[in-house]
Design a protein around this ligand. Structure first.
Ligand SMILES: Nc1nc2c(c(=O)[nH]1)N[C@H]1C(S)=C(S)[C@@H](COP(=O)(O)O)O[C@H]1N2
Ligand SMILES: [Mo]
Length: 207
């Protein structure tokens, strides 16, 4: 007799948990300071620097762009990992196409090598350009189908799940394209410049 009760074995957790991390079902909040108050009417996202044509987007403009559903594990340097976090967002591929940083095929048209993300609370973080292209980064506007809560970075936050979560700037309001590496808030205060959880790049001198 064959019994099939619909049981699907859970994907093994061991091979999706980076070294030194533990799994949590919670969604901890980690912010440097108070949650900024952001009026959607005044909200904007500027994309500038080494772009073809700089842009300043209103909330409505961003909301009306095609969004992707994103289901990813996220990893915080404070050692929690959360599996299958569910977001909706606009890919950086799309946003950077619109300002002439890449063409339709994804060819890079800029001399920029990095981006710097800036937030409403003064936070900054740096990322290599190639780490935000090719379906690896989004400006997220929803978490589990609801607008992102204020404390988690709403109305819009960067989402770069393949790197430690400090790279995912909350309360995003500017993306600058630059041709040198410009370490951000945590990167000049002892955190690793790149932050790959699989290589456990937590602190500046981790290899
Ligand atoms: N603007 C801004 N973005 C931020 C931070 C912050 O303090 N300000 N903290 C970072 C850190 S250290 C982490 S681990 C994550 C935490 O995101 P969460 O509060 O949604 O869990 O946001 C990152 N993005
Ligand atoms: Mo963090």
């Amino acid at each position: 007799m064959i019994i099939n009760d619909g049981f699907v074995p859970k994907r093994a957790t061991s091979n999706r948990l980076p070294p030194g991390q533990y799994e949590t079902k919670d969604f901890p909040v980690l912010s440097l300071g108070p949650t900024p108050e952001i009026d959607l009417e005044k909200w904007s996202l500027r994309i500038d620097g080494l772009v073809g044509a700089e842009q300043r987007m209103s909330w409505l403009e961003l909301k009306n762009l095609p969004h992707e559903e994103i289901l990813r594990d996220i990893h915080c340097v404070t050692k929690w990992s959360k599996f299958d976090s569910e977001w909706s967002g606009v890919s950086l591929d799309l946003l950077l196409k619109r300002v002439g940083v890449i063409d339709e095929r994804g060819n890079i048209l800029t001399t920029a090598t990095h981006i710097v993300a800036y937030s409403y609370d003064g936070y900054t973080t740096n990322l290599p350009l190639e780490d935000v292209l090719g379906g690896k980064a989004w400006v997220a506007t929803a978490y589990q189908k609801d607008p992102i809560t204020d404390e988690h970075g709403g109305p819009a936050r960067l989402l770069v799940p393949h790197l430690y979560f400090w790279k995912s700037a909350k309360w995003l309001n500017r993306i600058e394209l630059v041709d040198k590496d410009m370490p951000g808030f945590w990167e000049v205060r002892g955190y690793h410049n790149y932050g790959d959880p699989w290589r456990e790049q937590r602190y500046t001198f981790d290899e």
